[in-house]
Design a protein around this ligand. Structure first.
Ligand code: HEM
Length: 486
């Protein structure tokens, strides 16, 4: 095989490759760390065999650049995993669809009608209001331990759901809404659990034939529950025929329903349900997790937290809250967000891609149908690329305008399949962190450092929830007393 491999100029591989399973033994959690170790030993471009699938593992900026620029269209497909078949509705959802007309259309709708700067500006007040309510809640909890992720997750879901359907599920007083919110929460939670379940049948189809069906059953049942729930939302928002549309801001579902009137065969209910689910799936845990990591890092580095607070005091003062539009003037806060995304990237392996044609990467032949894993975590932690690589050092990003440093810092991926939600994520994360740093003094529960162990999931969350103390700042008393009390 070695000679054959050399003759066909395939990328280097790892020994041993065991009959039938190949390199599946390398799928040890956390996978980004296991693969980073293998790449450090064998090289930044590797061709592995996970059961029946050929997998290209890339862990250098230059090889990533080749995949996402010159060969971007070739790698714009997704592999056909069971999750994508069922939750991705037979690979037709925005995240699971391969490159082509269907994906292009969905992507256009998501980018223009939902996540464009114009639409985000239209919904600015929702984000401001939800952050004020979060602050209000933190004030009321200031003498007790705060499990921040729960509050951040409610904030993110409220913001997204209000943009999507106008509904506010969490933290209100309406019982019915609370019940519906719980149902919605269960669907999302289960989706993340099942997304994280490594499905060995995706690599060894023979196991699926032999009755490894339990994951499939759970996925089908989840998809059914999700369909019922989101169809219910659609029905509530569908206007009776002939209703005059008053000139008001439309939620995402209302907008898609109005497009349905003119193009019913394309904007079907199924398509709307799927798009809503994709946005909630891709946008909620990623943003929440990043904020929890950032606050954990800051609590372990109080001098950096103080410096961030001092910047906000200097630029904004105490007469008003931090707003999204302030972010360009808060370079240190932006550096903190970038350094958090470098050290604790919410999606350390980006998302899986697959090649539709043969191509050449770093001089090696890569056959069509190869699954691509870009180990961005390995790049973010490569001591050859960063000085003091494990140090939380936001200053290293001074001078960087956005969240990208070539292919070295690339938390939102790149090219055609790059994250379309970056604008929303950066606004939410920036304004939320900025406001809670501005309004409160934060402390760890004890002298003990916050545990930074990584959980096992595809979305890389903390293994244990952050619990902290917060105290409203004296200089903010005036502003805090004027917050809404809903
Ligand atoms: C910190 C927050 C976030 C991070 C780190 C993040 C990161 C990513 C990454 C790495 C990808 C994969 C790109 C690829 O295939 O190479 C992705 C895809 C995607 N993200 Fe995000 N994201 C975040 C927030 C959001 C938000 C708020 C939304 C929308 C509400 C969103 C919507 C999507 C969608 C729809 C895709 C799939 C795009 C496609 O397949 O064409 N993301 N994101």
């Amino acid at each position: 095989t070695h000679i054959r491999r050399k003759a066909s100029n395939l990328p280097p591989t790892v020994f041993p490759s065991i009959p039938i399973i190949g390199h599946l033994y390398l799928l040890k959690r956390p996978i980004h760390r296991t693969l980073a170790k293998v790449s450090a030993k064998y090289g930044p471009i590797l061709l592995l065999q996970f059961g029946c699938r050929r997998v290209l593992v890339v862990s250098s900026p230059s090889a990533t650049e080749e995949c996402f620029t010159k060969n971007d269209i070739i790698f714009a497909n997704r592999p056909t995993m069971l999750f994508g078949k069922i939750i991705g509705v037979n690979f037709t959802s925005l995240t699971w669809s391969s490159y082509g007309d269907n994906w292009r259309n969905l992507r256009r709708i998501a980018s223009i009608e939902i996540l464009s700067t114009h639409r985000l500006n239209e919904f600015h007040d929702i984000r401001v209001e939800e952050i004020k309510l979060l602050i209000r809640k933190l004030v009321s909890m200031s003498s007790s331990p705060v499990t921040l992720k729960l509050l951040l997750s409610e904030l993110t879901l409220n913001v997204m759901m209000r943009m999507i359907s106008g509904k506010r599920y969490f933290g209100g007083v309406d019982r019915e809404m609370e019940e519906e919110g719980k149902q919605f929460r269960r669907i999302l939670d289960e989706m993340f659990v099942l997304l994280d379940a490594t499905n060995i049948g995706d690599y060894l189809p023979i196991l699926s034939c032999l009755g490894e069906k339990s994951l499939e059953k759970r996925l089908i049942s989840l998809q059914e529950k999700s369909d019922v729930f989101f169809q219910g939302l659609i029905e509530q928002l569908r206007k009776p025929e002939g209703t005059k549309v008053v000139n008001k801001r439309k939620t995402m579902i209302e907008l898609l329903l109005s497009l349905q009137e003119s193009e019913p065969e394309y904007y079907t209910d199924a398509m709307i349900r799927s798009l809503v689910m994709v946005l909630l799936g891709a946008g909620s845990d990623t943003s929440t997790t990043t904020m929890e990591w950032a606050m954990s890092l800051l609590l372990n580095h109080p001098h950096i937290l103080n410096k961030a607070q001092a910047e906000i005091d200097r630029v904004i003062g105490n007469k008003r809250l931090v707003d999204e539009s302030d972010l360009p003037n808060l370079p240190y806060l932006r550096c903190i967000i970038n350094e958090t995304l470098r050290l604790y990237h919410a999606t350390p392996l980006l998302a899986l891609h697959e090649s539709s044609h043969d191509c050449v990467i770093s001089g090696y032949n890569v056959p069509r149908g190869t699954m691509l894993i870009v180990n961005q975590w390995a790049i973010h932690h490569d001591p050859k690329l960063w000085t003091d690589v494990e140090k939380f050092n936001p200053e290293r990003f001074y001078g960087l305008e956005g969240t990208r440093d070539g292919f070295k810092l690339m938390p939102f991926s790149s090219g055609r399949r790059g994250c379309p939600g970056e604008g929303l994520a950066v606004r939410m994360i920036g304004m939320t962190l900025g406001s809670i740093i501005q309004c409160f003094d934060w402390e760890r529960m004890s002298d003990e450092m916050v545990d930074m162990t990584e959980g096992p999931g595809i979305v890389m969350a903390k293994a244990s929830l952050l619990v902290a103390k917060c105290k409203p700042r004296l200089e903010m008393t005036n502003l805090l007393s004027m917050l809404p009390n809903k």
